[in-house]
Design a protein. Structure first.
Length: 581
């Protein structure tokens, strides 16, 4: 492979360096060549972001005949030093109700206060363990709380939350309870470890936590950190842009071998939205991708809700297709601490005895759960509630059908289409992608920055999410017009689906169903009078026109005053999928 001038400059560099690499720019190839050209007796450490990247990197270094490179994640290094040979026992996460029980938390007169407190204690621990601080007291947890109701609760009970956070960490430290992965990484950082290597290569630096960065920066080795400042999408996990914090000589990889210049231009224009937040240095991306196939196709969404909506529409429109969800389909129906989408559905239906998760079982109804979500900023539970409110009892059958169409993990290449949130697609690439209309738009961004208390970091990350989505393609991209910069031209590779701005769309019918209520057919006919009118040629023509604009069935239903079921049935009757798609 012929290396670019930028790659050669990096390979021939000396001293500590940082590399800002655009998507698809061959950074792994560059790092491998950098390692290959170091002295054969040099001890080299390659720090990977996660286990899957670690396994892939080990394979590539061996293939290239570079045996003097050790590949680790920060966690695997910490495990060897802190856990191996100790009496510590590890678990992935503590559930909210477990934290409340371990600490003996009691309510304060506010409903479910012990669980709200436990949720904040869990986040406070994560905040500390991912920080570079040595004491909990050096952090202000309020700095990361955004919701007004959550802020009020935390402010009122701050001293109590801080004390209980320290107490739970102390229980872990003494081995009285199981430790978490983030705890032993923090303990490793606090031990001021010395890693005996000549070179340390840190990949995906934009997603490093302050704790990881502190370990890396305090080593005596020659240090190389590589990443893409615009692919930082894990601030909610307390990642920091390490490329900005590392005071090293700056290098760039600005040529993408993944996609062509048209896609590169789209990515550049999306990143220019950051100028609405603060003046941003323009980025150069040269697209030299030559892929012309469309074998692997993927749908990428910002949220689980947006992805499930699109997946359900897809299997409704197309029969006997094979699908695959990045990260396993079950990960889209369970929260990190084990709460299930089905638990939320049982609460929605008033069937509390069937709920397995103790926290959700303590709620009397969905309104109580939503109040808890507001006071804790529990985003995962919030999305589950939105899914249940969107699909109601239909969700069980829809998920069952998705699972029946889902291929096994080892058969991903057999799928007709892949579904993924942008977070789970990080590091992936596909021949063709479709982007779901649930990302931030330039219009929403402009509205957001007009508010006095807007969060610049969060808005930057929302733009990064769209940039990461756009740059997953190697060839074709289908993108809603709402996500395309003004006057950006379509091309053979960029297919823009027209979506009218919300204010130009008829409001349609609001959801007049009461949560949990069972309606008779007569009541449904009153709520959806238009849905039961006979179809005629004019209505069929209107439906066909909306369908050909790739308008979602939900939007078509609102536009035409029909139920989604009626729209789906008519689409099938008219064979619109077979004719137009």
């Amino acid at each position: 492979m012929e290396l670019t001038a930028e790659q050669l400059e990096i390979i021939n560099s000396t001293g500590n360096i940082k590399i800002n690499a655009v998507a698809g720019s061959g950074k792994t190839t560059t790092i491998i060549e950098y390692a290959r050209t170091r002295p054969s007796n040099a001890k080299i450490l390659y720090l990977a972001f996660n286990k899957s990247v670690k396994v892939e990197a080990q394979r590539k270094f061996l293939e290239k005949g570079i045996p003097n490179v050790n590949v680790h994640t920060a966690h695997s290094l910490a495990f060897d030093r802190i856990v191996k040979g100790s009496n510590y026992k590890i678990r992935n996460e503590y559930k909210i109700h477990e934290i409340a029980e371990l600490l003996g938390l009691v309510g304060s007169g506010e409903k479910h206060a012990e669980y709200i407190a436990a949720n904040h204690i869990k986040k406070f621990i994560a905040y500390f363990c991912n920080s570079d601080k040595r004491k909990v007291q050096e952090l202000s947890y309020l700095d990361i709380v955004a919701d007004s109701k959550a802020k009020v609760f935390v402010r009122n009970f701050y001293e109590y939350l801080e004390t209980q956070t320290r107490l739970l960490l102390d229980k872990m430290d003494k081995g009285e309870i199981e430790i978490t992965h983030e705890f032993y990484l923090k303990k490793f950082q606090l031990s001021n470890p010395k890693l005996h290597y000549d070179y340390i290569l840190f990949d995906e630096g934009q997603d490093a936590s302050p704790a990881m960065l502190d370990i890396f920066l305090n080593q005596d080795a020659i240090k190389v950190i590589v990443g893409d400042a615009h692919q930082q999408i894990y601030a909610w996990r307390f990642a920091v842009n390490s490329l900005e914090k590392a005071q090293f000589t700056q290098y760039y990889l600005s040529t993408s071998f993944r996609f062509n210049q048209d896609i590169a231009n789209l990515a550049i224009e999306v990143l220019k939205w950051k100028n609405h937040i603060a003046e941003c240095k323009s980025i150069i991306i040269t697209g030299k991708g030559t892929n012309k196939t469309s074998k692997t196709q993927a749908v990428l969404a910002r949220t689980n809700l947006g992805l499930l909506q699109r997946a359900i529409r897809y299997i409704t429109e197309k029969n006997a297709v094979k699908i695959y969800f990045e990260g396993n389909i079950n990960s889209y129906t369970y929260a990190d601490d084990g709460a299930s989408l089905y638990d939320v559905l049982y609460l929605f239906n008033g069937k509390r005895p069937l709920i397995k998760d103790k926290l959700i079982r303590e709620m009397n109804d969905l309104k109580e759960l939503e109040d808890y979500i507001e006071k804790t900023e529990d985003a995962q539970l919030g999305i589950m509630v939105e899914i249940v409110k969107e699909f109601g009892n239909d969700i069980q059958g829809k998920i069952k059908t998705l699972k029946e169409r889902h291929v096994a993990d080892g058969e991903k290449d057999m799928a007709d289409i892949i579904f993924s949130t942008v977070h789970r697609s990080k590091g992936m690439e596909y021949d063709a992608i479709e982007i779901v209309d649930d990302f931030i738009t330039e219009e929403k961004l402009e509205d957001a920055v007009k508010k006095e208390d807007f969060n610049a970091a969060r808005l930057n990350e929302e733009i990064n999410l769209l940039y990461v989505a756009v740059t997953r393609t190697k060839n074709i991209i289908h993108i809603p017009s709402t996500l395309v910069p003004i006057d950006f031209p379509p091309s053979p590779e960029i297919h823009i689906r027209k979506v009218k701005p919300k204010e130009e769309q008829p409001s349609g019918k609001k959801d007049m169903y009461e949560l949990g209520k069972v309606y008779s057919m007569a009541e449904k006919r009153v709520l959806h009078k238009e849905a039961y009118k006979p179809w005629n040629k004019k209505l069929d023509e209107e439906l066909t026109e909306l369908f050909c604009e790739y308008m979602p069935n939900e939007e078509i239903a609102k536009r035409m005053g029909r139920t989604i079921g009626a729209i789906e049935a008519r689409i099938k009757k008219l064979e619109l999928v077979e004719i137009y798609r």
